[in-house]
Ligand binder design. Structure first.
Ligand SMILES: [Zn+2]
Length: 202
């Protein structure tokens, strides 16, 4: 898709320096999906951004939470989603698919979904209260990426169009920030998507 700009950052990437028109959010672990509509800067509280304005890029920041990029190849629209356990339990990724339908006429069958680096089931042990949010019992390991994959398929996204990096931010110290590993000192990696300025065809 030559019209698409997208990527998952690492701890080494200075993503904000790459774009003049970058929108982010004050992330609050909610199911709130904000329409960026060409604006840049911090667009207020929320955990997902949608955009179809050419040359406007939306981004979310993570350090263990799961970043998800949604692309509607037919309508040429994108979303960037921040899904920690609270956002996942609240269905943020399904809310983003729904917001794309409302704003752009997106059909879930036209969506590609990329699930980026986040804390893996190898490292993400949670207590009984969090486990209960996902129908699990006791202290257990949680597969947040897998839970979001299931939600995407439930929302109508084709399983073959859900891609997962399966990279664990806690395991891969060289590449990624991890809140669980590094605590309050942890940085954040940026995940971003946008639509390029239309090419002149004549
Ligand atoms: Zn791990």
């Amino acid at each position: 898709m030559d019209w698409l700009v997208h990527g998952f950052g690492t701890r080494h990437a200075d993503v904000p320096a790459l774009f003049d028109n970058l929108a982010t959010l004050r992330q609050i672990h909610s199911a709130t999906c904000v329409a960026a509509e060409g604006r840049s800067g911090v667009l207020g509280p929320g955990d997902a951004l949608t955009e179809n304005t050419p040359d406007a890029v939306v981004a979310i920041r993570t350090a263990d939470c799961i970043p998800i990029l949604l692309v509607d190849e037919r309508r040429r629209a994108v979303a960037a989603v921040h899904a920690g356990w609270r956002g996942t339990a609240a269905g943020i990724v399904q809310r983003a698919v729904e917001a794309m339908r409302e704003r752009f006429g997106t059909r879930p069958g036209d969506v590609h979904a990329a699930i980026g680096p986040g804390i893996g089931p190898c490292c993400y042990e949670v207590g009984p209260e969090v486990a209960a949010q996902f129908g699990l019992q006791g202290r257990t390991r949680l597969d947040l990426a897998g839970a979001n994959r299931r939600q995407l398929i439930e929302a109508g996204v084709t399983p073959g169009r859900v891609y997962a990096s399966n990279l664990c931010t806690l395991c891969r110290r060289e590449d990624f920030h991890s809140f669980r590993r590094d605590g309050e000192a942890a940085g954040r990696q940026f995940s971003f998507a946008g639509v390029r300025q239309a090419l002149q065809l004549n």
